[in-house]
Design a protein around this ligand. Structure first.
Ligand code: FAD
Ligand code: SIN
Length: 519
């Protein structure tokens, strides 16, 4: 059993930013970061395009960034939140740079700003095409310099500890007291008792087989919060990125950044026709929901498997300078962007919804906070504007820090029961987990994709119920493993996506159901 003033679950931009700030403010309090896999493995590490921040106040303005965010969110953003996040951007970037993160500048020393879909101005601060890698590197380095931060990597948070776990608890208000954690190397499960718990567990991309996300993106925090009875909102708004590299064999997840379209690349169908101007006057730089839905429509019309991104007309030396990683990845796939078009298709990329929080990052459970992609702040509405995610995580980590920076430390009073795994056995049938996972991902691809219908959603719920029962049975009988818990979490997340999709009767942003189209 470990006692922590602050338990942080997740070591991406959200978890690390909060940890670094609170540990510096209170050197006498301890921060325990629990993270599955290697400490740097996260969606953050793979972020390419950058961070959307208004820096050039001659050409750009907060007002324009706010407008672009609201338009992308299609009427469902919380306008106060949008304004607060965007206006905080420059301060948060400054802080990140003080901690050692580097961003590209042009020959005159000004930030080299990129552009992405839905942005009316150049405002995306970046580190080549590996912005997330640079941010993760700098934050981890800073976290290691603070002696009151302990990072437990290869540790998997299974479930939150709440009143429900405490026998004869008289407390009426639903509260969180920490989490049960699996040491992935020893298989031992122990309790971390915490005065404050922050869920910073990232996205859900792996619920779909074809995703730009790394394998850690299994929606664990959202599922844990849901089981603990926190409010979860806007789960129907799964964002599909228009341009993941297409591979005939297997399901490639490599992203071709939207900034490549901001740099001037065109989308073409197999016959070479540049189709985006037919769908939106912003053409390739329409917001992500529109570009993905347009590609989906083109593919349905033609029966083809993918479309193409054409960079052949661009300045190749400048391209290589801004996008060295994408250039290299294409060459590794035998695509020379000087002469070849890049085959691309949409892939699941980001979840606009998640654990409902207020401006202080508080969930509907006392002492439980959420930040980053697992949270639903109201910034993104029905569709996230490109490069607003890293920004949101930075701003909310700061807000949660500010809230805690005035609070007294509390004593650890409760006796929390240890994890009980009596009667469970070592799972011999790993094949069952793999099989259920494949079934789940196929179901989400076929019935809960870019374009949905009530019939497909209802069928999805029926099939999901079968998978749910099988997985729950395995979970009850087996000794806990990460892959089994992740599958259980993904089943919970899929359930939330489908149920909340069925509840939505109006198409908005990234949500498109053919039965909601007004005849
Ligand atoms: P993550 O960075 O995903 O971190 C989650 C952490 O939680 C990980 O450390 C994980 O291991 C840990 N974790 C999860 N579950 C558990 C558990 N049960 N127990 C213990 N630990 C757990 N956004 C932008 O704004 N700009 C971009 O340019 C951009 N490009 C992107 C490119 C790609 C390819 C991808 C995938 C995303 C991109 N995004 C971008 C989105 C952005 O990267 C993410 O939304 C953001 O990084 C999420 O940060 P986070 O801290 O919330 O989560
Ligand atoms: C990209 O670089 O295209 C991803 C940007 C984002 O997800 O915000």
């Amino acid at each position: 059993m470990i006692e922590a003033n602050y338990l942080v679950i997740g070591s991406g931009i959200a978890g690390l930013t909060f940890s670094v700030k609170i540990a510096k403010r209170f050197p006498d309090r301890n921060v325990v970061i629990v993270t599955k896999g290697n400490e740097d493995e996260s969606n953050t590490k793979y972020a390419q395009g950058g961070v959307a921040i208004v820096l050039n106040r001659e050409k750009d303005s907060f007002k324009k960034h706010i407008e672009d965010t609201l338009i992308a969110g299609d009427g469902l953003c919380n306008e106060d939140v949008v304004e607060m996040v965007i206006k905080e951007g420059p301060n948060r970037l400054q802080e990140l740079m003080i901690w050692g993160a580097n961003f590209d500048v042009d020959s005159s020393g000004d930030f080299d700003l990129g552009k992405e879909g839905g942005h009316s101005e150049y405002r995306v601060v970046h580190h080549k095409d590996i912005t997330g890698y640079e941010v993760e590197r700098a934050l981890l380095k800073r976290a290691h310099q603070l002696s009151n931060i302990t990072i437990l990597s290869h540790h998997f948070a299974i479930d939150l500890v709440t009143n429900h776990h405490i026998k004869n608890s008289e407390q009426k208000e639903l509260s969180c007291y920490g989490a049960y954690v699996l040491d992935e190397k020893t298989g031992k499960i122990f309790t971390i008792i915490a005065n404050n718990t922050l869920l910073a567990t990232g996205g859900i991309g792996c619920v779909y087989g074809h995703t730009t996300n790394p394998v850690i993106a299994t929606g664990d925090g959202i599922a844990m919060a849901y089981r603990a009875k926190a409010k979860i909102k806007d789960m129907e708004f799964v964002q599909f990125h228009p341009t993941a590299l297409y591979e005939a064999k297997g399901e490639s997840s490599f992203l071709i950044s939207e900034a490549v379209r901001g740099f001037g690349a065109y989308l073409r169908n197999k016959s070479g026709y540049r189709f985006m101007p037919d769908y939106d006057k912003r053409a390739e730089l329409a917001s992500r929901d529109i570009v993905s839905q347009s590609i989906d429509n083109e593919l349905k019309k033609s029966g083809e498997t993918h479309v193409y991104l054409d960079c052949t007309h661009l300045n190749i030396d400048a391209f290589k300078k801004h996008f060295p990683n994408i250039y290299k990845a294409c060459l590794e796939h035998h695509i020379d962007i000087k002469t070849d078009w890049i085959p691309v298709i949409p892939a699941s990329h980001y979840l606009c919804g998640g654990i409902k929080v207020n401006k202080k990052g508080e969930t509907t459970i006392t002492n439980l906070f959420a930040c980053g992609e697992c949270s639903r702040t109201g910034l993104h509405g029905a569709n996230r504007l490109a490069s607003n995610s890293l920004l949101e995580a930075l701003v909310y980590a700061h807000n949660i820090f500010k809230y805690h920076s005035k609070k007294e430390a509390k004593p650890f009073e409760l006796v929390i029961p240890e994890w009980n795994d009596e009667g469970t056995i070592i799972p011999k049938e790993h094949v069952l987990v793999q099989h259920n996972l494949k079934q789940l991902q196929a179901l989400m691809r076929d019935y809960v994709g870019i374009v949905r219908s009530n019939k497909r959603l209802k069928r999805a719920i029926k099939h999901l119920d079968l998978i749910y029962n099988e997985v729950e049975e395995l979970y009850r009988e087996s000794k806990i493993t990460t892959s089994l818990c992740e599958l259980r979490n993904m089943v919970n997340v899929a359930h939330l996506i489908i149920r909340q999709s069925l509840d939505r009767t109006e198409n908005k942003g990234g949500y498109y159901n053919i039965d909601n189209v007004k005849k």
